[in-house]
Design a protein around this ligand. Structure first.
Ligand code: ZN
Length: 353
């Protein structure tokens, strides 16, 4: 047995199909003797981390209060480290004012709270809301953050802060820019509305994670081991990155046909692989649920190796659904096997280049 990525002879880790941050599913099988500990750690600290902390899945993880590993601290998708996955931004007008502000969706609810932030107006009249994190304690740090988003000094500043807790903040703004600030001590909650713009930024590691999940699912569902030459390009993309468009495409035009009653009452993920002509393609959808149609991707995994491995009609899929998302380290949900009568891929769609 050799690691499919580096060829080493182990020791091996048990490789989860979906990253642990999405929870644990009843009856799930992991990949054994496939990925060595070293490669697993390397991918976990880069690829998996970005999937779990940026993008729509991270927002929904927080909204649904999905718990990953027992020993992992709770995370906020609205926070980011200097070199880590980018933070999510929810932008809405501040009630009764003419400036926009950044909001945070309270886990498990539709309530939005304003972040602690500085909202700056530049010379052209554009507003720039900037979250205030604890490392922003000096005027040099504040100046550095502000100069990264706008030219020159601000012409107007608003602060959203909590009196008694963040009293250093107005002083800092005054010291840095000489403003007496207009403050809002505690903003009111806004119900989550369709007007909110949610800005999600992801780095290439996020797409490598999508590819890894799809590839893992192929290996779990078939007799493919993963080290076949047909899959050298996707392995290289997962491990080292490369041309995202060649492997991962976001899509909205894939049809799902699921019997009524089974589907939209709870959240889940769909992983499926299909043989299309002489290629193996995965179709994955994350966070399909009552209020979101799912975040869907095609993943081109590689050429179709012989002998035949996918069952007729050469498509298989699993639906990972949640029934309990808050139990720390415990079971989060179950797995339903999808068949071709339950999941339909479009016919006649040209293969991706
Ligand atoms: Zn390895």
């Amino acid at each position: 047995m050799k690691c499919i990525y580096c060829g080493s002879e182990g020791p091996f880790d048990s490789e989860h199909i979906l990253p642990r941050c999405l929870g644990t599913f009843e009856g799930e099988r992991h990949l054994e003797d496939t990925v060595c500990q070293c490669c697993n750690n390397r991918l976990g600290n880069t690829v998996d981390l970005h999937f779990c902390r940026s993008g729509p899945e991270a927002l929904f993880r927080s909204f649904l209060q999905i718990r990953g590993r027992k020993d992992h601290s709770r995370f906020s998708p609205y926070e980011s480290g200097p070199a880590g996955p980018p933070a999510a931004e929810i932008l809405l007008p501040y009630p009764g004012e003419d400036f926009p502000a950044l909001w945070v969706l309270e886990p498990g609810t539709h309530n939005l709270h304003p972040m602690r932030q500085i909202v700056l107006k530049d010379k052209s009249g554009a507003w720039h809301p900037i979250p205030v994190r604890d490392r922003l304690r000096t005027d040099a740090a504040l100046r550095a953050v502000v100069s990264a988003v706008m030219d020159g000094d601000p012409v107007q500043v608003h602060l959203l802060w909590e009196k008694g807790k963040d009293d250093w903040l107005p002083e800092l703004v005054h010291k840095t820019f000489g403003f007496k600030t207009i403050s809002a001590e505690k903003a009111e909650m806004e119900s989550f509305s369709a007007n909110a713009q949610i800005k999600l930024t992801v780095k290439p590691e996020y797409f490598r994670a999508i590819a890894k999940i799809a590839f893992n699912f192929l290996l779990q569902q078939t007799t493919i081991r993963g080290d076949e030459p047909e899959f050298a390009p996707i392995r290289d993309f997962i491990m080292n990155g490369g041309d995202i468009d060649r492997f991962v495409r976001q899509t909205s035009d894939v049809m799902i046909h699921i019997p009524p009653g089974m589907w939209f009452d709870r959240y889940g993920h769909v992983l499926s692989v299909a043989r299309i002509n002489r290629r193996v393609r995965a179709w994955v959808a994350f966070m399909v649920g009552p209020e979101f149609p799912g975040n869907k991707y095609h993943v081109e995994l590689g050429g179709y190796p012989s002998p035949l491995i996918l069952p007729r009609p050469q498509l298989c899929g699993n639906y990972y659904h949640y029934y309990e998302t808050r139990s720390p380290g415990g079971l989060a949900g179950g797995i339903d096997v999808l068949t071709s009568s339950r999941i339909i891929l479009p016919i006649g769609r040209p293969p991706l280049p």
